[in-house]
Design a protein around this ligand. Structure first.
Ligand SMILES: C[S@@+](CC[C@H](N)C(=O)[O-])C[C@H]1O[C@@H](n2cnc3c(N)ncnc32)[C@H](O)[C@@H]1O
Length: 406
């Protein structure tokens, strides 16, 4: 088969593959403003000169942002906070850059828990490890006027979070507290008579520096490679035992604090972290708990919530509900006039296998007959995203920068 014919078939199958993966987008929280309205790079580049420096036009004039450049990511987040929430935020270099659609999904889930549990009025939350951005308290205070106690271990992040709160005149709503190592909730709340409606946390996710550097990283066990660079520093992203041990500590401390906090929640970055945490909750007889999926773009994170208050109701997961529904099979009709393809079951299967081989996807033959061929596919990493663009840009030419269409 000639090179252009091969390319045509290859691109068609890539399109199908990417459609499958992008299906995640529709599970973004229904009230998340980025669900229906993606950031308009054109508009933002005209309005914000600093943002303009980080976008590049492709041949058709469409603007792209380099998601692997930490400065560009930082600029995107601060620009969105300004444009969509009227927040002036400065993010420290070499520290985690918060992606706004994900942070919104978490806040909206908490809004749902409070609504389903009929909790109204004066709402106060704790954000464990608020980061330099102080993103959850700032967004929540802006959206809902919730009061916050935000804790932080890292000196740089603490100083920066305090300044971000002051810069946005929110000291009446948000108090940032510096904590010492090994403190999660207990030491912060033990001596205070205050009670809180909820707590939230995006825990340090890695077990050690090796995992943080991706050497023993288990992310690829169940998820494709991240599309954007990891901007977190070891001091803020590494904790003994990773996120599982961190959240387990929260669970144990909650046993002592009980209803001093009405709803305990944490985000987790790996699906595999959920099972040991749910097991721990069951073991400790904390049975009012729930999990949720935070879906945005091509990444997925999870929320875990638990409570000692029987009036607390956790919303059903739309993602799980939809997964239960019988979905129509994804179909793709290979055009009869596709050049170089034998229009038979075997001919088309051969072509599919060639494409899968190029994508380094393991392909195991299962039962077959004249009209049906079954295969089990195993992908070890995401080799298909952006391939369409790469192939269109140039065949065989090395692309030095990776741009992702937003
Ligand atoms: C993954 S970052 C999350 C930052 C921010 N909340 C966000 O979502 O962008 C974890 C943060 O927790 C802080 N941290 C780690 N251990 C902590 C502890 N025991 N108490 C409070 N903060 C802690 C780290 O310094 C870091 O800023």
């Amino acid at each position: 088969m000639s090179a252009p014919m091969k390319r045509f078939a290859y691109l068609s199958f890539l399109k199908l593959f990417n459609e499958l993966i992008m299906a995640l987008n529709k599970f973004m929280h229904p009230r998340n403003k980025y669900k229906s309205k993606k950031a308009n790079f054109q508009y933002l580049a005209i309005k914000y000169p600093e943002f303009r420096k980080h976008v590049y036009p492709d041949v058709s004039g469409k603007l792209f942002l380099d998601f692997r450049n930490p400065d560009s990511l930082r600029q995107l987040s601060t620009t969105l906070m300004k444009e969509d929430f009227g927040l002036d935020v400065v993010l420290p270099p070499d520290r985690l850059v918060p992606t706004i659609p994900l942070r919104l999904n978490y806040i909206l889930w908490i809004e749902d828990i409070l609504k389903d549990s009929s909790i109204k009025g004066d709402i106060s939350g704790i954000d464990v490890g608020t980061g330099g951005s102080c993103v959850y308290p700032l967004l929540s205070a802006r959206m809902n006027k919730w009061r916050f106690l935000a804790t932080e271990l890292d000196d740089t992040n603490f100083t920066c979070a305090v300044k971000n709160v002051e810069r946005n005149q929110m000291t009446n709503l948000i108090q940032v507290q510096k904590v010492e190592k090994d403190v999660v909730l207990l030491d912060v709340l033990e001596t205070s008579a205050a009670t809180y409606t909820f707590c939230m946390c995006n825990p340090p996710f890695f077990m050690d520096n090796l995992e943080a550097q991706g050497i023993t990283n288990t992310r690829s066990d169940d998820r494709p490679e991240p599309h954007s660079v990891n901007t977190a520093s070891p001091t803020e992203s590494v904790a003994f035992g990773g996120e599982v041990e961190f959240v387990k500590k929260m669970i144990h401390e909650s046993l002592e604090l009980k209803t001093k906090v009405r709803v305990y929640t944490s985000m987790v970055g790996k699906k595999t972290s959920l099972s040991p945490l749910k097991e721990e909750l069951r073991k400790l007889k904390i049975l009012n708990f729930s999990t949720i999926e935070f879906c945005q773009g091509k990444t997925m994170r999870w929320g875990l919530g638990w409570s000692f208050d029987e009036n607390i109701k956790f919303p059903k997961s739309e993602f799980k509900e939809k997964r239960k529904e019988k979905r129509p099979p994804l179909s793709y009709v290979v055009p009869e006039d596709t050049p170089g393809i034998m229009y038979t079951t075997e001919g088309v299967a051969y072509q599919i296998k060639e494409c899968l081989k190029q994508l380094q996807i393991k392909c195991e033959d299962k039962k077959s007959n004249e009209t049906k061929i079954s295969m089990v596919l195993t992908a070890y990493q995401n080799t298909w995203s952006n391939q369409r663009r790469k192939a269109q840009t140039s065949q065989g030419e090395t692309i030095s920068r990776t741009f992702i269409r937003h």
